[in-house]
Design a binder for this molecule. Structure first.
Ligand code: GLN
Ligand code: ZN
Length: 760
């Protein structure tokens, strides 16, 4: 028996983020194009050799990208947006980066999240007259590169339906499917060129199959592949990020040589495929988690796969669930993690070895991999019992919560009255979202403290100086609810994760976010609790400096969950509830310390939405419950704020309202209050602070502009529930612009206040 192992894709950024370094030095002008391309080629080769060393039989080609694989797919079919005026056939590297990053005349392609990952792709732009023309040269070059190294090259392409679906119709709205015939013709040519090159297998990804797909798109699948396959290498159609069981009959009948299924996200879908699996197809079982960092349970996988191996023989292939693009590179490089924790992890390199082991086990029997199984069993049993993971106090506390633990004592109108009784805020109160500029001095102090060059005392004093500065400036500006400024925070999740039990941090666990940008999410490995207060001293110090109310600042449970790698031995909802309780401790401590306005940021609530509509209500229910749980036991008179960026949540307003925050601040200035109209139509019941200053732009808003936004806001939100604030935190800006913008904001607010008083 021989079970082919393969990958859908590999992390292209490199073990030490080499691609980031190459790209950024090239963009800075430190290295020329030739050096960049040489470096990129060397990186690809290194990754292929690494795969080969782990026994991977088919190596993906084309998964590597200088910026984004969706942009590459657009270019493969010659579909760069015409607004740039570039010739598809002779696109230069410089022009490639202009598409990705914009140039003096044209903004970059829009960027959006790749399904429910933290990767962002460049959105194709479709027009009624978009023409396609195959441009396979770059891909062919890489195929030859791989083959020169002795690799069995398996080109990995984003499929035509997914590419088309993921793009946006520009100009007059039109049915994107009208473009499919031309697009398929271009794909046909690309695939024919690969076949002529002697490529045996090509992988073609159709991840949109795991979404709620419109029937027309599903019906377009069979004709498209009937058109492609006669001229193509053997096609492996890959689906991932969810189950496609409801399309099993359709996919089994498709004229392709194999199917890849994500059996990590949707293990149950195997049943729908295994019955009557067509004899002419291979089945690629995606069993190693490409989206998370935990070691696989190899014993359980052997048990699950053995009958399938029996049934399919060589036609069973083994793979990670999805591209390893979403996995960090190598856990072995984590020298600061303790041995026990490190032993629970599998990054991309370790996942390759897991594949290899699974293959051997299935081919040669369990005895052949006895050591590896013992190692995996040991890690699993440790995770099941380790006191570092399991803290009975946490589960007990959760199980003993009263049924109404996620409800405030009184309804919003009563709370609002009690809050106003002590806050005595003027109409249209002005505030900010939390952070003030992270100056070089602040970053230098933090770095020195981390390195041990600055004592804890000196560091505290340095931060207190910053807090005092922020308070004085806010007082001078005339803001009504002040913040301490978040000088001490490196990152809004990391800051909390570092102080919570159950979290760990890696040194090199980077994953690509977009282009050269990477993120390094914390690992939530155990039950979450809060050993000691995390923000209280800073907030209390800030409050001691002023008679104005200071707003305490926390990152919410959903956002902490969403921006971390989460343990896989508990439901995400449960982990989220644990985080909520830890935050609840902080909320109550802040309240006891006299901080009676508390903001719990949830910028990630929208991006946690499941891909399938049927699962969304369930998610919103537990996410909302966790948010409210973090305010458990708070006094009516304590004012809870929340904040969200990215204005795309018009469709989940009922869930946002159900958070029952007293005040919500949102990003609206860019969209010119479009979101606010949704809030108005929905009759959002509590107070709202729509952003009037676009903090993502260095441009200062003029008084007239702010006024226009507020006038618009007043049409949908009653004046007594309207706040004035910027779109988001100000940490990326400089003080001079922040002071100017906030001064304008306060000035316009006061004028409007006076007018409202006169009218009354
Ligand atoms: N309080 C955070 C800040 O001001 C909020 C950041 C965010 O919403 N992403 O920086
Ligand atoms: Zn924000």
């Amino acid at each position: 028996m021989n079970h082919t192992t393969h990958l859908l894709g590999f992390p292209r950024i490199g073990a030490k983020r080499e691609l980031k370094t190459l790209l950024e030095s090239h963009w800075r002008g430190d290295i020329d194009e030739a050096a960049l391309l040489r470096g990129a080629k060397a990186l690809r080769q290194k990754h292929w050799l690494l795969q080969k060393g782990a026994g991977v039989a088919l190596n993906p080609v084309g998964d590597f990208s200088l910026y984004d694989h969706v942009l590459d797919a657009q270019l493969l079919v010659g579909a760069a947006p015409p607004r740039f005026g570039f010739a598809a056939a002779s696109l230069s590297t410089a022009q490639y980066f202009e598409l990705a990053r914009g140039n003096a005349a044209q903004p970059a392609l829009e960027m959006t999240k790749w399904f429910d990952t933290n990767y962002h792709y460049l959105v194709p732009e479709w027009q009624t007259d978009t023409v396609f023309a195959a441009q396979p040269q770059r891909l062919l070059t890489q195929v030859r590169e791989a083959r020169a190294l002795g690799m069995a090259a398996k080109p990995a392409l984003l499929g035509p339906l997914s590419l088309l679906w993921l793009g946006k119709a520009k100009g007059q709205p039109f049915d994107k499917l009208k473009l499919l015939p031309g697009l398929v013709a271009a794909y046909r040519e690309v695939l024919a060129a690969l076949r002529a090159e002697g490529v045996e297998w090509a992988q073609i990804d159709e991840p949109i199959l795991a979404l709620d797909l419109e029937p027309e798109w599903l019906d377009a699948l069979a004709p498209a592949y009937a058109e492609l396959s006669p001229h193509a290498p053997k096609l492996l159609l890959a689906t991932y990020f969810g189950g496609v069981a409801e399309h099993a009959a359709r996919l089994k009948a498709l004229p392709v040589a194999g199917l890849h299924l994500d059996l990590v996200r949707a293990p149950e879908q195997l049943d729908a495929f295994a019955v009557d699996y067509p004899a002419d197809k291979i089945l690629s079982a995606g069993v190693i988690d490409g989206r998370n960092i935990w070691r696989a349970d190899l014993s359980a996988l052997q048990d699950r796969l053995a009958p399938l191996a029996e049934q399919l023989g060589d036609r069973l292939w083994l793979a990670p669930s999805c591209s390893l693009l979403h996995s960090p590179f190598d856990a072995a490089a984590e020298t600061a993690l303790d041995h026990e924790l490190k032993n629970w992890l599998a990054f991309a390199v370790q996942k390759l070895n897991e594949l290899k082991t699974l293959k051997r086990g299935l081919e040669e029997g369990r005895a052949a991999i006895a050591d590896e199984l013992a190692g995996s069993d040991f890690a699993r049993s440790q995770r099941q019992t380790s006191p570092r993971i399991h803290n009975p106090a946490v589960s007990q506390r959760l199980s003993r919560l009263p049924a109404n633990a996620d409800r405030r004592a009184s309804a919003y109108p009563i709370r609002a009255e009690k809050q106003q009784a002590w806050l005595q805020l003027p109409p249209l109160p002005a505030t900010t979202i939390g952070s003030f500029p992270q100056t070089p001095a602040i970053r230098a102090s933090r770095a020195a403290f981390k390195k041990g060059e600055l004592s804890a005392d000196d560091y505290r004093q340095a931060m207190e100086k910053e807090i005092e500065l922020a308070i004085r400036r806010q007082e001078a500006l005339g803001l009504d609810v002040l913040v301490h400024g978040e000088a001490e925070r490196n990152d809004m999740v990391e800051y909390f994760g570092e102080q919570l039990a159950g979290f760990a941090f890696t040194q090199g666990g980077w994953v690509q976010s977009y282009g050269s940008r990477c993120v390094k999410p914390p690992l939530i490995y155990g039950d979450v609790s809060r050993p000691a207060a995390m923000t209280v001293d800073w907030a209390r110090y800030a409050q001691s400096l002023t008679a104005k109310p200071v707003k305490g600042m926390l990152t919410g449970p959903i956002t902490i969950l969403q921006w971390s790698f989460v343990r896989d031995d508990l439901p995400r909802s449960e982990v989220c509830r644990q985080i909520a309780l830890a935050l609840n401790d902080e909320v109550l401590d802040l309240e006891a310390a006299g901080i009676r306005v508390i903001q719990i940021d949830e910028p990630a609530i929208r991006e946690g939405l499941p891909l399938r509509r049927a699962e969304r209500d369930g998610y919103l229910a537990w996410a909302g419950q966790a948010f409210r749980l973090s305010c458990h036991g708070v006094d009516d008179a304590t004012q809870i704020h929340t904040h969200m960026c990215y204005s795309e949540f018009g469709d989940i307003l009922p869930a946002i309202a159900a958070l029952d925050a007293d005040v919500i601040t949102i990003e609206t200035s860019r969209s010119r209050m479009a979101l606010l109209e949704d809030f108005g139509r929905f009759h959002y019941p509590n107070a709202i602070g729509p952003g009037v200053y676009d903090i993502h732009s260095p441009r200062l808003p003029g008084d007239g502009e702010i006024r226009a936004l507020l006038d618009k806001a007043l049409k949908v939100i009653p004046a007594d529930r309207l706040w004035i604030n910027p779109d988001c935190g100000l940490k990326t800006r400089g003080w001079p612009e922040v002071e100017a913008a906030l001064a304008a904001m306060v000035r316009v607010g006061r004028e409007l206040r006076a007018e409202l008083a006169q009218r009354a």
